[in-house]
Design a protein around this ligand. Structure first.
Ligand code: ZN
Length: 254
């Protein structure tokens, strides 16, 4: 039976309204992963937070956060992005044997706003699964205003590098693979870069939250205002920080 929607303050427009159950990670990603289609329950593992271990889930993480209007605002970006990621002919489904591939003519505002809304929802979520995503009050408010006014900002800000994860031997995608968002910090030539890394439906996201990412090796993969999106293709083992999770999965302890 459907639960009655509670009345509360919408986190996005700050108006009092009946709140909707928002998927922190858009539902189309959970659908596209194939986890729903099989009607099989799945397990959630968070090695950094073992208490999050939730066996036999049947749905993605959701929370009462937004009013109906703000949910609808987000669904426009989702409707655009779902086929980009999951259409049968999308290279994300059949990645080439090449370190990256390129989309031309993407609608930058819609893709970027989906990325920003995912990051922002993870940061405002109270779910322990997203507890490592922490943004200061200034950034939270900046993102809230950008989302509320559908302003995607410049492509150099809050850039995201997507990597389609594939098996190292035969380049098969791994759509049922999700991971807990973690904070990644790297210092090179005295400059520290902060980002969040996580896997959604077999695609690794790395969202940069530093003001300036002066590193062309990342920047060239950010979705561009010109409509270009380069997507990497790599094995999950190319991400050092994922190794403990991969080792745990491989050891077959579950
Ligand atoms: Zn609202």
């Amino acid at each position: 039976m459907a639960k009655k929607a509670p009345i509360g303050i919408c986190k996005l427009c700050l108006k009092t309204a009946q709140l909707q159950e928002s998927h922190i990670v858009s539902k189309f990603f959970w659908r596209g992963s194939g986890l729903f289609k099989t009607q099989r329950a799945f397990n959630t593992v968070a090695i950094n937070n073992p208490e999050v271990r939730i066996p036999a889930r049947q749905d993605g993480f959701k929370e009462y956060l937004l009013c109906r209007r703000c949910e609808q605002r987000r669904s426009e970006w989702e409707s655009y992005c779902a086929p980009l990621f999951f259409h049968a002919t999308s290279p994300t489904r059949q990645p080439p044997r090449h370190p990256y591939f390129e989309f031309g003519n993407i609608e930058y505002p819609k893709l970027k706003l989906l990325i920003l809304s995912t990051l922002w929802l993870m940061a405002v979520s109270k779910d322990l699964y997203y507890c490592h995503v922490k943004l200061n009050a200034r950034k939270l408010e900046q993102l809230r205003k950008m989302l509320l006014t559908s302003n995607p900002g410049r492509d150099s800000r809050y850039g995201c590098v997507f990597t389609v994860l594939v098996t190292s031997d035969d380049f098969k995608p791994l759509p049922a693979f999700f991971s807990q968002p973690l904070r990644l910090r790297r210092t090179r030539n005295g400059v520290t870069t902060k980002a969040y890394g996580f896997i959604i439906a077999g695609i690794h996201w790395q969202i940069f939250v530093s003001n300036l990412v002066k590193d062309a090796s990342f920047e060239r993969f950010f979705p561009k205002e010109t409509g270009i999106l380069r997507v990497k293709v790599a094995s999950p083992y190319s991400f050092g920080y994922l190794k403990p999770l991969l080792d745990e999965l491989k050891s077959g302890t579950r």
